[in-house]
Design a protein around this ligand. Structure first.
Ligand code: GDP
Length: 369
């Protein structure tokens, strides 16, 4: 057998002696055609199957065997859509295997926040969602923040086991796995990430140097998130890219805020108070009187009130109304999955109505910020 000297992927000189050095490949990999180094192999196979999505039922089925294996499970969630992206019911399928919650996109939070407070908040919310976690770690995969700590935490809980990475679509799972591969094998090249995942079905196994694997699982589609409803174009408006600039509104009762034509927030009853909106800076908020709100929507949805565009409106489910009693005392968020949240500071109670396309998750929670 003629041994090729260089990798047909990246051109690096090939060697089979030292797995930690460039150009390494295991002996048996020399029989592959074309012959590529382990690093290219990881990247190639990762890219081919990384973009899979499933609904939660299908997803939990394919996770079924994890309960009987030894693994560390990593659930990546998006801090901007925490309740929308946490994998509910995970615990039942993974047996006694430990779960680490990796909270991504912390770069979106307004600057200067107390990160310990966020971690405590996350722990509490996870518990409320029925998820027992051994650790919580915050990071930004895109901005490369907190990543050494992610690796440290994973290694401290891994104990020589495989790592299963699970997450909803758009939480940044691909971006994060890129970083993990780099962190674990000193790769300097990046894999492509995408907003709109494709359709292959297998788990993607990325070999680690100790013979174990990082196993990437299909992204889970939760149709209860605004980010799954909107068009590709509008996703860019709804999903923030930059740190969120909170918008404060002093509202009188019987005033309404429109978030494009995607959601409507009515302050129905209560003393005049401030509401702080944490949504993408690109999403326009319009204030109006409650009594004019229906008319404004009828006349201007898809134009003044946008996204979506006029054509896009027909694609969305009809709105439903959620009536929410905001308690007095401590501050709370009125959370709209995939869109953001509205913080009420608890100085006075309030009765609010939230109108969103049917199926979108809306809930009241302890304030994150
Ligand atoms: P996946 O569907 O979970 O694999 O997510 P991707 O890695 O494809 O990322 C989805 C979107 O979120 C892309 O637009 C990324 O640029 C963005 N994204 C990923 N990580 C971060 C992050 O740490 N911060 C911010 N602001 N955006 C991120």
């Amino acid at each position: 057998l003629q041994r090729p000297l260089s990798c047909s992927g990246c051109g690096v000189k090939l060697q089979t002696e030292d797995a930690s050095k460039l150009g390494y490949l295991p002996d048996q990999a020399l029989e592959r055609d074309p012959v590529i180094c382990q690093r290219c192999f990881r990247i190639k196979n990762y890219n081919e199957a990384a973009a899979i999505t499933l609904d939660q039922g299908e997803f939990l089925k394919i996770l079924g065997h994890v309960a009987s294996t030894q693994a560390l499970v990593v659930n990546i969630v998006d801090i901007f859509d925490f309740e929308g992206s946490i994998v509910g019911g995970l615990q039942r399928f993974i047996g006694n295997n430990p779960v680490v919650l990796v909270v991504n996109k912390i770069d979106l939070l307004p600057r200067g926040m107390n990160m310990n407070k966020i971690v405590n908040w996350v722990r509490k919310q996870a518990k409320e969602q029925g998820l027992k976690v051994v650790d919580v770690v915050l990071c930004s995969a895109k901005r490369n923040m907190g990543f050494d700590r992610v690796i440290e935490v994973l290694e401290s809980h891994r104990g020589g086991r495989d790592i299963y990475v699970v997450g909803a679509t758009n939480v940044g799972k691909s971006t994060l796995i890129n970083r993990l591969i780099q962190g674990y094998s000193d790769l300097d090249s990046e894999l492509t990430t995408s907003r709109y995942p494709g359709t292959t079905l297998d788990l993607v196994k990325i070999p680690l140097d100790d013979g174990k694997f990082i196993i990437d699982t299909p992204g889970i589609v939760y149709s209860s998130r605004m980010t799954e409803l909107v068009s590709r174009k509008d996703l860019g408006t709804v999903m923030p890219e930059k740190p969120i600039k909170p918008m404060v509104f002093q509202l009188n009762p019987e005033q309404t805020l429109f978030f494009g034509a995607l959601a409507r927030f009515d302050f129905v009853k209560g003393e005049r108070q401030s509401f702080t909106c944490y949504v993408s800076n690109a999403l326009e908020i319009h204030r109006t009187k409650l009594e004019r709100a229906d008319e404004l929507y009828a006349d201007h949805a898809g134009e003044l009130l946008t996204p979506p565009s006029k054509e896009g409106l027909d694609e969305l489910p009809k709105w439903t109304k959620h009536e929410i009693r905001v308690p007095k005392g401590s501050s709370s968020d009125i959370f709209i999955s995939g869109l953001g949240w509205i913080r009420a500071n608890g100085e006075a109670g309030a009765l609010v109505n939230v109108h969103v396309p049917k199926g979108i998750k809306v809930l009241l929670r302890d304030a994150l910020i």
